[in-house]
Write a protein that binds this ligand. Structure first.
Ligand SMILES: Cc1cc2nc3c(=O)[nH]c(=O)nc-3n(C[C@H](O)[C@H](O)[C@H](O)COP(=O)(O)OP(=O)(O)OC[C@H]3O[C@@H](n4cnc5c(N)ncnc54)[C@H](O)[C@@H]3O)c2cc1C
Ligand code: FES
Length: 408
């Protein structure tokens, strides 16, 4: 064989290898399982939170916000006396609450006042047993706060967090919609906006049962009277016989798309919505159907809610016939089969007696953060809490690969 022939063979072999490698790469890309993983936008992350871990706060004051005394505000001052960094109005605090000598629970509560260097304010509604199952225990944390936490007591608190907050840089009128105790983040947004952008037009829709449950009543009415740019729309679902229409409340029924369309003037508005799961699941898609841009729709639920918007990853949720997924729980040494009807990874783990910490159960507090040992997860909606690399939030995550491993 001549040198020229040898060179030709070598060149051909190299070319063949390059072509083969390119083909394999292309094939791998085409067949790769692409998880529908939705990552939260990079704001208010753990890295830039005001303090790491838990910080002690003393209850400086308690105040009832409604005639029924079902909603109590707690003013909290840092025990270390250091000034508080401003938070973003709409964000929440996470609490570790020793509700009994044996049990500590974690819960989130929205900040309900404008940022203040000396104190935070939260407002907690007493959770009673649901009407249809009155025999079950009332809410653990809210009743503990109402009945046992007094002025002078110290609570452990994690720094403000959450991606649901008022965007100050947008001059468009803001529509704040609070259903029931979902009024708390709206109060923070409203009070802060009036301090920092006093002429921004604000519409507050507040859906509540009646005058007895009407929180912050005097404050809201004073603000609406004093400020021409504040438009108050209070909607009572069950007005009491003495409740005065036009005075205590403006509308009867619910805060729904018809009410909003009838009330708002023409033009672009930015919406901030917080309420019960049914309210959110109806109202948010209805606003999108009406033509409100996705970027003008901001919302948060205080618990699990399945708000579906056109184009959301949730639209791709596998049906009941989706293939089962094998999940290996490394710390418990168990491998179990997950079906799409089993719900979130936290629900699934709990159903099988596998211990996992939890707090908000809505992707907000980070309490359930768990390391992924192999495989992928997906979220129907971007969670509020930014996890460390290689970790997930089982309270809102479902498997997105044929097999998944978790350190639980
Ligand atoms: C981001 C965020 C912000 C929040 N902000 C606020 C806020 O500003 N103010 C506020 O008040 N809340 C807020 N919440 C809700 C709050 O975190 C708690 O979920 C709420 O206080 C209820 O907690 P709990 O421990 O009192 O009730 P839980 O003990 O968690 O019980 C909840 C409900 O379930 C019922 N229940 C108990 N056992 C059963 C059973 N076996 N079957 C059926 N039902 C049962 C209880 O009676 C109760 O009604 C927020 C939540 C999140 C995620
Ligand atoms: S329990 Fe709060 S993020 Fe999962």
């Amino acid at each position: 064989m001549t040198a020229a022939q040898l060179l030709t063979y070598i060149s051909a072999a190299v070319l063949l290898q390059v072509l083969l490698a390119a083909a394999v790469t292309l094939w791998k890309r085409k067949n790769a399982v692409v998880p529908t993983r939705v990552d939260a936008p990079p704001v208010a992350t753990k890295a830039d939170s005001a303090w790491p871990g838990w910080r002690d706060f003393r209850v400086a004051r308690r105040a009832w916000e409604d005639a029924n005394q079902s909603q109590c505000s707690f003013y909290l001052e840092p025990v270390d006396g250091a000034a508080l960094k401003p938070f973003k109005p709409g964000q929440f605090l996470t609490f570790s609450l020793p509700v009994s000598p044996q049990t500590t629970v974690t819960r989130c509560y929205s900040l309900s006042d404008a940022p203040h260097p000396q104190h935070f304010r939260i407002t907690v509604k007493r959770a009673i047993a649901p009407d249809q199952t009155p025999a079950v225990a009332p809410g653990v944390a809210s009743n503990y706060l109402h009945d046992h936490v007094q002025v002078g007591d110290v609570l452990q608190v994690r720094a403000p967090s959450g991606h649901f907050f008022l965007h100050a840089d947008d001059p468009a009128p803001a529509v704040l919609i609070g259903g029931g105790i979902g009024i708390t983040p709206m109060m923070s947004m409203l009070l802060w906006s009036l301090q920092t952008h006093p002429s921004r037009v604000l519409h507050l829709f507040y859906g509540v049962r009646n005058r007895a449950d009407h929180a912050y009543k005097a404050t809201l009415e004073n603000l609406a009277q004093r400020q021409a740019n504040v438009h108050l729309h209070v909607v009572y679902s069950r007005p009491g016989p003495a409740d005065a229409s036009g005075q205590d409340f403006q509308h009867t029924g619910h805060v729904d798309i018809h009410r909003i369309r009838q009330t708002l003037p023409h033009g672009r508005h930015v919406f901030y919505i917080c309420g019960s799961a049914p309210m959110m699941e109806n109202l948010v898609p209805a606003l999108a159907d009406w033509g409100v841009q996705r970027s003008d729709l901001h919302f948060e639920a205080f618990g699990p809610a399945n708000v579906l918007l056109p184009g959301d990853a949730a639209a791709q949720t596998p049906g009941a016939d989706a293939a089962p997924v094998e999940i290996h729980f490394a710390d418990s040494g168990r491998t179990l089969e997950w079906q799409s009807s089993d719900g979130t990874l936290l629900d699934f783990a709990e159903q099988h007696g596998i211990a996992m910490a939890s707090g908000c159960r809505a992707g907000g507090c980070g309490c359930c953060e768990t390391r992924i040992t192999h495989g992928e997860v997906r979220y129907d909606h971007a969670p509020d809490y930014d996890t460390a690399p290689g970790h997930c939030l089982p309270c809102v995550a479902r498997p997105a690969s044929a097999s998944l491993g978790l350190s639980a």
